[in-house]
Ligand binder design. Sequence first.
Ligand code: PCA
Length: 224
Amino acid sequence: MPSKSAVRRPTPHVLLTGFEPFGDETSNPSWEAVRALDGMRIAGHRVVGRCLPVEFGTSLTRLRAAIREAKPVLVLCVGQAGGRAQLSLERIGINIDDARIADNAGAQPVDEPIVAGGPAAYFSTLPLKAMLRDLRAAGVPAEVSQTAGTYVCNHVLYGLMHALRRTPRVRGGFVHIPFAPDQAARHPGAPSLPVEVVVQGLRVMLRSALTTNTDIRLAAGATH
Ligand code: PCA
């Protein structure tokens, strides 16, 4: 009989990324939540957490380096969308940069393709509907979003899916999170979600994605 060590496989990785603060904010709960899960084990996988700069171009250079280094079976990028009320599972990344505010390096591209000559869009390859069902069952408010905007988060989602286009067994996607309560207190009337709930939601999403091969059928579209 082979010894235990002879059959032991290295633990597969999932790559989870958050972002630095940007705009007028001094924190970004996307990174706080990702940091809390860095090194954890979820559904037999080790979470590798990384923080990306809020910069067109450099964010993707860093993401691709992290993918080469961690060799993940799944990549989930997390960013903040202040004003949204729920975890927003992004369905699609589009091939355009149109920045309403400058990025953290001062760049403000307007109507520039992310990949010249690339496809108009890429869909997330995560099982979004199963993840949505599991989030709601766990008591975490969530929705499927039909646009990740045209700023650095959409840039990262499109660039991620472009980077993974020839390795379809590595699945990838993006989730936007609301303001944390302390941020919402500076934006009167804006909805918020505590970072602990975001952490719980990310755990649920990863477990769901890692244990679902074929997505379920569940209506989660929008009329506008
Ligand atoms: N949110 C921004 C970029 C970084 C982040 O956390 C966005 O939605 O594009």
